[in-house]
Design a protein around this ligand. Sequence first.
Ligand code: CU
Length: 279
Amino acid sequence: MSSLVRIGLFAGLLGVIFAGAALAGAAIDPDVDRKSASAHSGEDETHQPRVKGLAQADDGVRLVLDPPRRVTSSGRLAFRIVDDTGATVRDFDVEHDRRMHLIVARRDLTGFQHLHPRQTADGGWQVPMRLADAGSYRLFADFSSAGEAHTLGVDLNVDGRFEARELPPPATTALTAGGFEVRLNETGGEARFTIFEDGARVRDIEPYLGARGHLVALRQGDLAFLHVHPESEATEGSDIRFSVEYPSEGSYRLFLQFKVDGRVHTAAFTREAGDVHGD
Ligand SMILES: [Cu+2]
């Protein structure tokens, strides 16, 4: 909790004492505390940031949409990364086999997409993108430049009648569109995924983006993008393992992608931080 919040709460408590109980609801509104806390959760004073993607500009780089803020449900998305002088950044490092990873999710955590844009001659990026449902989407550009990793986030709106979907309840199994059943086992900060097809364990998982799988974890409410590290000792035939650290209580959506028979499959899981250490 920041000192400002603390001072606010202290003042609120004094208010309750002197002005009576009627003020209590407004002065010690738990929502106010939660909002302030989430605004600060992007940084950790002693460690690297535990969440990413909450800002459109960070660490001297900025994500610029061309044109800004709005897309049609199907078309081409164009964007650039600019530095603090406004110049287009052109040099990117290869991370997970690509120079640019684009993650898209609607704000209700449906409609997940993982795309790889193409760099144009002027240094910008383009990718065909279809957003089937109306609503507000979060777009994350995940890249590394000059040895520094960045995840910048920006909202996109698709006009139309918007119906938010409830987050599915927490689960440790998920079905992919291709009929695979994925089981998740979480213990001590490690998420272990096992793939099944028709009840039998799938062992011939193909490399995808230089690893056995790719995991994106988003926090419900602000779509904070979690640091997730693939565990290097994963070998042929083994589970797909990641170290996942939930930065706060709350609901999270995990999107695991893996490749079998040349096709990429996505399995999504809802997790509640709080039960992750208990089960
Ligand atoms: Cu990617």
